[in-house]
Design a protein around this ligand. Structure first.
Ligand code: BV8
Ligand code: ZN
Length: 260
């Protein structure tokens, strides 16, 4: 039997749920070895604060440093594998009438675990584009071979206009993509179960979704091994790691093998 025994109430709510929203943050990819924003940076990056590097001004001040950081992160993601949390969410989507997956993560681990539709609120590492004409840039196939601690790399140039290519993510101070944000709000305002997994709930406007779910009278569940500032706002604040908790939840709700 799984080590995690969830309250029967959460299992019952999931079994009866019609419209589920799952919001994921960096903690879901943490078990794949992809460092979160809270993790201390390593190597070249240890003297930088991630939130400082993830800004338009950092890119304009030192494009090679920021492009090198994103290429290093893209290499880590390409070397990583989806974990039981990603897989449990993909299985959940097959069993509930309607599941909307909203992620703050910029990796493709949900897609590689089999999640079909998802909303990337903060963009994607795999989709850089030209900062002048916004033409998507085709990244070379394969895993960049970078020194362990990362390095400066000049960003490529756009084939269409010669403009500078930038990472395909939403930086601090930049607006979220309209389509994804509006779809996330719409789904959250009409859900009956809101699962927030692996997020510190510190980054806006994504952190506001749980308040919308509460106002929509949804059952709200947070899954995080550490306390967050909003533990008390959730109907259930489950203290645990995403992989074990989600694997147990799916197993106990639909009597499936416990896959963690
Ligand atoms: C916006 C892409 C408005 C880049 C990211 C001043 C000026 C401008 C804006 C602001 C400002 N002050 C505040 C703001 C708003 C700002 C913001 O929220 N700042 C915060 C820091 C206060 N937000 C923005 O700027 C947003 N845009 O507001 O635009 C606007 C409107 C009109 C016109 C112009 C502007 C844009 C925010 C998006 C930023 N980009 N990512 C990149 O990745 O490089 S956010 C980035 O942070 C990642 O997406 C990451 O997901 C996120 C951090 O949040 P988490 O996902 O929660 O990750 P974190 O590391 O924090 O926590 C991990 C959690 O996992 C922890 O709780 C841990 O306990 C848990 N965990 C660990 N292991 C596990 C686990 N959980 C489960 N299982 C485990 N095993
Ligand atoms: Zn261009």
């Amino acid at each position: 039997m799984p080590a995690v025994s969830l309250s029967d109430q959460i299992v019952r709510v999931l079994r009866e749920a019609q419209r589920v929203v799952v919001l994921t943050g960096a903690g879901v990819s943490a078990e794949s070895g992809v460092p979160s924003f809270r993790d201390k940076q390593t190597g070249l990056w240890e003297k930088f604060d991630a939130a400082e590097l993830a800004t338009p001004s950092a890119f304009h001040r030192d494009p090679a440093l920021v492009w090198g950081w994103y290429e290093w992160r893209r290499m880590l993601v390409l070397r990583a594998e989806p974990n039981p949390a990603h897989r449990a969410i993909a299985v959940m989507a097959e069993h509930v009438p309607r599941l909307t997956l909203i992620t703050q993560n910029v990796d493709d681990l949900h897609e590689r675990a089999g999640s079909r539709q998802l909303l990337h609120l903060h963009g994607e590492l795999a989709r850089p584009y030209c900062e002048s004409c916004r033409q998507p840039y085709g990244l070379p196939v394969g895993i960049p071979q970078l020194p362990a601690h990362g390095t400066r790399i000049q960003p490529p140039r756009c084939a269409a206009c010669g403009g500078r290519v930038r990472p395909g993510v939403v930086w601090f101070g930049e607006s979220l993509p309209d389509r994804e944000w509006l779809a996330a709000v719409e789904a959250t305002q009409h859900c009956d179960l809101f699962l927030s997994v692996g997020t510190s709930s510190l980054v806006q406007p994504a952190a506001g979704l749980m308040h919308m779910a509460t106002r929509a009278a949804a059952v709200t569940v947070q899954i995080n091994p550490n306390p967050t500032d909003v533990d008390h706002l959730f109907a259930y604040a489950v203290r645990g790691r995403a992989g074990a908790v989600l694997a147990a939840l799916v197993s106990q709700t639909w009597n499936l093998p416990y896959a963690n």
